[in-house]
Write a protein that binds this ligand. Structure first.
Ligand SMILES: [Zn+2]
Ligand SMILES: [Zn+2]
Length: 407
């Protein structure tokens, strides 16, 4: 089903037969997206350096460019991505309208198309024909190439977006997307230029340069965040955690975590990880503008990390015949595995106790809630056991690495 509304600016993909074989004809160029991306980049490359050499824009130009960059960027990350694509929390309509406006101003297509494509990306990550911006097709394709041609198989699959089709704000923004995209950019930038008496400075810096930076920093999430960084949670897909990219992408650089726990409203889960989008959502919740923030339990996160550590250690051991120090390390690994299995069994037992306690709560409220506190204390003890095991496994992996290099 194709909803009413404008032809998409980006990723308008009326499909042809797929072919990546050498000599095969390339899919036709997606002119609206190609023109939009190149015409907005042209003034940045051709005119901005000359302007900066000769002119001296007012500090207000930089201030507003930064503010609009943040508003556009975080409307994409907190709105398009974590709210609409992943339903990681619920938002007040006032906040949704703000995201719809400033997200539209980021010119990355309507919420409906963006979020539908993104759900497809998660469901088929790294699949060359079903992931709309599959990283396995290389940096250029996943960064921008996928938008420049009408590639086959990338038509948004709206069967994944029933909830979005029912959202009146999403439907309105989709129907009037061109107004949101171009009206907002032209209107806001020209108004600011007139207000501060520096039309050229505002158009070039708060207009074109801000849009160019906003585009490419978001595109890095599909390209670089699938190529460059560490994979502490899983190697079953190409997504990476990268602190530097998190800095450029309003916290979306913790992409290895995000691909395995996509419903979490956080991407950087530790307090020290740079994730302004998470802070924005948490602040909105305090102000009553957001609710039902979803967080993956700490135990599950640690369990995932430790499982991955075991997989890597085992894979490394398999490369060498185990004797001497390597045999010792293998025994050590087996002991750690027993400890891990024991912790997991305790966790399962705890969960079933918790379920029983929830049933009991209907009968004996007070006692049940006391019991719940006890269970919570046990849960923390198990989390701690896993955290300690994670450090031990890290040390073990280092020793293993040294032995394998020496072998
Ligand atoms: Zn991804
Ligand atoms: Zn996502």
């Amino acid at each position: 089903m194709r909803p009413a509304g404008p032809k998409p600016i980006i990723a308008n993909t009326d499909t042809l037969m797929p072919s990546t074989a050498p000599g095969a004809t390339k899919p036709p160029i997606n002119w609206p997206a190609t023109l939009m991306l190149s015409l907005t980049a042209l003034p940045v490359v051709a005119a901005l350096p000359v302007y900066l050499w000769f002119a001296d824009p007012t500090p207000w130009v930089w201030f507003w460019a930064g503010l609009l960059l943040a508003a556009n960027g975080m409307s994409i990350t907190a709105g398009y991505h974590r709210l609409w694509a992943h339903r990681a929390y619920k938002a007040h309509p006032a906040l949704k309208w703000l995201f719809a406006f400033f997200g539209g101003m980021a010119v990355q297509n309507s919420i409906l198309i963006w979020a539908t494509n993104h759900r497809q990306h998660h469901a088929h990550v790294d699949d060359d024909h079903r992931d709309p911006y599959s990283a396995s097709r290389g940096f250029w394709y996943s960064h921008i190439g996928w938008m420049l041609r009408n590639y086959p198989g990338a038509e948004p699959d709206y069967s994944r977006a029933r909830d979005l089709l029912d959202d009146p704000i999403v439907a309105f923004q989709h129907k009037h997307y061109l107004w949101f995209a171009f009206g907002s950019n032209i209107g806001v930038v020209l108004l600011l230029g007139a207000l501060f008496g520096d039309m050229l400075g505002f158009v070039l810096i708060a207009g074109f340069a801000r849009l160019f930076v906003s585009h490419h920093f978001t595109f890095f999430i599909n390209s670089l965040a699938h190529i460059w960084g560490r994979q502490p949670y899983t190697r079953t897909n190409s997504a990476r955690d990268n602190d530097f990219l998190a800095f450029l992408t309003w916290g979306e650089g913790y992409h290895n975590y995000h691909h395995i726990f996509q419903a979490d409203y956080r991407n950087g889960i530790r307090w020290w990880q740079f994730d302004p989008t998470k802070w924005l959502i948490a602040t909105a919740a305090r102000l009553g503008l957001a609710s039902d923030l979803r967080r993956v339990p700490e135990f599950k996160i640690r369990r995932q990390i430790v499982s991955e550590q075991f997989e890597r250690a085992r894979a490394a051991l398999e490369t060498q015949p185990a004797h001497g120090r390597l045999a010792e390390l293998r025994t050590h690994l087996d002991e750690e595995w027993q400890q891990f299995s024991h912790t997991l069994a305790e966790w399962t037992a705890l969960r079933s106790k918790e379920l029983d306690s929830a049933k009991q709560q209907l009968r004996e409220r007070w006692e049940a809630s006391e019991f719940k506190r006890e269970l919570r204390a046990l849960e923390r003890a198990l989390e701690e056991a896993l955290r300690e095991q994670q450090w031990r496994m890290q040390a073990l992996s280092r020793q293993l690495g040294r032995q394998l290099v020496a072998a």
